[in-house]
Design a protein. Structure first.
Length: 275
């Protein structure tokens, strides 16, 4: 692997700085990769994989920017105060910095719920760039439901009680009251933005996208959700590819795990976009 350089910096944003880790080649950069991270505990579970991928991408000439959104990691603010609008503005900050500092093509790279944020942001800002999606979440409502169920799981509730608890939490949030789930405080403004989010491409999108999933099954077949998404973008005339590689569901495993095949497949995609 070619040598890389890691640098930490803060971007000046509303209500304080946003922490960024920049991993770049020692020599000239061929372009930038802007990472849109996953949601809540999945962010912590996936830090090692994101760092491993960033180093690999940088060793092939890319400058990789990993952003801590408002209220997460080393950025300013508390998670309980974060809103969807905060996070959209954070992507504005990082995008402006990348476009100003790094010559060449800029690629968006998202993991899990980061795909929802990236989709909302790209459509609202009219951004059309190559996009690498890792295990994307298709709808914010479904993602939020899965997160709220952690409350039920912690209480070891049966299926009926768990469904009732999730509905009660939604009602509390709809009334404007924050709730705590798995150590994270969710406020109504963040939930409102996430609930409305869907993985959709902007009309007239021209740049390619590549979706990569991991599977621990012997048959490496796309999930039903990914198959539906592929049919959707194909009907819209969007240029995209979808692949499945062997590996663990590292964003939800009890122990921190790695999926080297996912990094290797991603590097192949980026090499093609660099040509």
């Amino acid at each position: 692997m070619n040598p890389v350089v890691c640098e930490a910096l803060f971007l000046a944003g509303e209500e304080g700085g946003r922490f960024c880790l920049v991993t770049r080649p020692r020599g000239a950069s061929i372009g930038a990769v802007l990472y849109v991270p996953p949601f809540a505990e999945e962010l912590n579970k996936t830090r090692r994989m994101a760092a491993m991928a960033a180093r690999a991408f940088a060793s092939h000439g890319w400058t990789v920017v990993q952003l801590d959104l408002f209220g997460t990691g080393d950025s300013a603010g508390d998670f309980g105060d974060a809103t969807w609008s905060h996070w959209l503005a954070d992507l504005d900050l990082a995008w402006s910095w990348v476009r100003d500092k790094v010559p060449g093509r800029t690629v968006l790279w998202s993991l899990r719920g980061g795909a929802l944020l990236g989709s909302d942001w790209a459509r609202a800002r009219g951004v059309d760039c190559p996009w690498l999606l890792w295990q994307p979440v298709m709808t914010g409502r479904q993602h939020l439901t899965q997160f709220l169920r952690l409350k039920s799981a912690a209480a070891m509730l049966n299926a009926a009680d768990a469904q009732r608890t999730t509905l009660e939490l939604r009602n509390v949030l709809a009334a404007g009251t924050a709730v705590e789930v798995a150590g994270y405080t969710l406020n109504a403004a963040l939930v409102q933005g996430m609930e409305a989010a869907q993985l959709q491409m902007a009309p007239g999108r021209c740049c390619p996208l590549a979706v990569l999933e991991v599977s621990s099954n012997e048959r490496l077949t796309p999930s039903p959700a990914l198959e539906r998404f592929c049919r959707q973008i194909d009907a819209e005339g969007v240029s995209g590819t979808a692949s499945v590689v062997a590996g663990p569901a590292f964003w939800q495993t009890v122990e921190i795990e790695e999926a080297p095949a996912l990094v290797a497949a991603s590097q192949t995609v980026l090499d093609g976009w660099a040509a």
